[in-house]
Design a binder for this molecule. Sequence first.
Ligand SMILES: [Zn+2]
Ligand SMILES: [Zn+2]
Length: 137
Amino acid sequence: MDRELIENEAEQILLESSHALLTPKPGECLVCYVDRQFAEFGCDNTHRFAMAYRDHAAPRATALLQRLSVLGACCCDCEMFMNAFHPASRLWTGGYWQPGSDGYDTWVDAEPPARMPPCAGVRRGSVQPCANWDAAR
Ligand SMILES: [Zn+2]
Ligand SMILES: [Zn+2]
């Protein structure tokens, strides 16, 4: 077998497996979906996950990228988490004063959840985040 053929085949397998991973789960929201893909593939400075979500789950959301850009995510998917959506406040830990045994309170920093819970679900065709996310502004 020549080398090029082998490489093409490997590429094909890669494409097929990433295609399987890129399919949103039934009822999964845009933001949980993109969050899940990041853990796997990271950001490539495009909206590839948002676009994949749209293609699979919300083909009629043609203005999705404009909408994301209004929310502060103009250029790539990870900006969705920096600028547009944060884990819902009920999922954070800390952010309060803890009474200490010495009589002094210590501040416990607010921390986002290390792992997001499973998607709370959205109706099919929606590009809204589920209840696990708050809009940042
Ligand atoms: Zn990015
Ligand atoms: Zn969700």
